[in-house]
Write a protein that binds this ligand. Structure first.
Ligand code: FPP
Length: 396
């Protein structure tokens, strides 16, 4: 079961309010004594923002002279390095994802332009990436732009976000300190055809220039929804069956997963195959801003053993200290999660794993048909990955 960490009620969203306005009232059908008591607050009124009503967990230094502030900051970064080294001794999550939410509310709270909130959010991503990779996380996936975000104001919000992403991608493509230090391969996934030429070109360039990096992966999901990703994978498989490269019986959960935009290179999902890990199941998913929803983000990847944390902090305010409880919880439950993942893999009857078992047992006259099946599936998936990469670098 995924672990849910939250204690607060969800914020009432516009769609919730619209839905509740539309739903017909049953009150006239009930007798007076059956009717619920009148609400003290109107139902449609917006509930309070879970972040502003929540006391921050972040260590806060009360206003003090600048030299004390810098000593405090220095001490915190020292403590963080120390803790990262300790945490590295235990099991470290391989794939961590962030729904970077709360940039607009952060900007509003500060009284600055919305675009400034997103800019601070983009810088926060680089900072977060740095300590995640220092910790030894192999893949970080971030929700940078939902396909539905195109409905936002174009001039005031969509264009500034796209400009910001273009700048960051160009920076990554130029082998920024961060990319070089951690050997990061940048991948941008989603309905890329919806992106404008400059951002598409920059994304393509970032992918091309970092493709040889194998230490870690940054998956930037934009414009993305999980359901679109699943539909894309299904179409890929259907084409494979139509043109005879695949048989219907070859399709398993694992094969479908490999056809996702974020589909892993770790084809066998084996523990030791760390190099080149790109997607695969999530170990930890964090959503900031106190919203308790997935918003169509990596639903499949979060479906089994992912630990999910909804944090009451706006993304630009997010720090290592907010993440620490999640990391400790991961380490504490690691052996259980590992067992659970193995059990699920067993249940799903993975073709590729079975195939490798068959290969190991080939000397004992193991099933030849199964081996052919494995070869067919492997070569299909290799083609899919190559094609996906070619498409990703085509605009550079
Ligand atoms: C959600 O907060 C945030 C976004 C829609 C944009 C996030 C994008 C970035 C931080 C840029 C990332 C850059 C790269 C290179 C990946 P919101 O606007 O929904 O805020 P709210 O919840 O307060 O309304």
């Amino acid at each position: 079961m995924p672990t849910l960490t939250t204690t607060e009620p969800t914020r009432t969203t516009a769609s919730h309010r619209k839905a509740s306005r539309k739903s017909p009232s049953i009150a006239p059908l009930l007798n007076a004594h059956q009717r619920p008591p009148p609400l003290k607050q109107p139902l449609l009124e917006k509930s309070p923002d879970p972040v502003t009503t929540h006391k921050p967990q972040q260590p806060i230094m009360p206003s003090s002279p600048p030299f004390l502030q810098s000593i405090y900051t220095w001490f915190l970064s020292l403590a963080m390095s120390f803790l990262l080294n300790i945490l590295r001794l235990g099991p470290v999550p391989k794939h961590v994802a962030f729904v970077m939410d709360g940039n607009r509310r952060f900007a509003k709270r500060k009284g600055v332009e919305v675009s400034r909130g997103h800019a601070e959010g983009a810088d926060k991503l680089e900072e977060t990436l740095d300590w995640c990779l220092k910790l030894g996380v192999k893949t970080v996936s971030v929700y940078a732009f939902s396909t539905e975000n195109f409905a936002r104001n174009k001039e005031k919000e969509v264009d500034p976000i796209m400009k910001l992403c273009t700048e960051k991608f160009e920076k990554f493509a130029a082998n920024s300190d961060l990319v070089r230090k951690h050997g990061i391969a940048v991948r941008v996934h989603g309905r890329l055809n919806l992106l404008s030429q400059p951002v598409l070109k920059a994304a393509s360039l970032a992918t091309k220039m970092t493709v040889a990096n194998t230490n870690a992966t940054l998956n930037v999901l934009m414009p993305y929804t999980s359901r679109e990703e699943i539909a894309y994978a299904i179409k890929t498989l259907v084409r494979g069956v139509e043109d005879g490269r695949l048989e219907v019986d070859d399709i398993t959960e694992e094969v479908l997963e490999q056809c996702f935009w974020t589909g892993g290179l770790n084809a066998r999902g084996k523990e030791e195959e760390e190099e080149g890990v790109m997607g695969g199941p999530l170990d930890i998913c964090v959503r900031t801003s106190g919203e308790v929803r997935f918003s169509d983000f990596m639903l499949w990847q979060a479906s089994s053993t992912c630990q999910i944390h909804f944090l009451k902090v706006y993304w630009p305010d997010f720090t290592f200290w907010h993440m620490l409880p999640a990391l400790l919880q991961y380490q504490a439950s690691y052996s259980y999660l590992k067992k659970e993942r193995k059990r699920r893999q067993g249940d799903a009857g993975f073709v590729l794993n079975q195939g490798f078992m068959a290969q190991d047992g080939a000397a004992n006259g193991c099933d030849e048909k199964l081996q052919l099946k494995v070869m067919r599936v492997k070569s299909f998936l290799d083609e899919v990955r190559k094609q996906r990469l070619n498409e990703a670098v085509a605009y550079a």
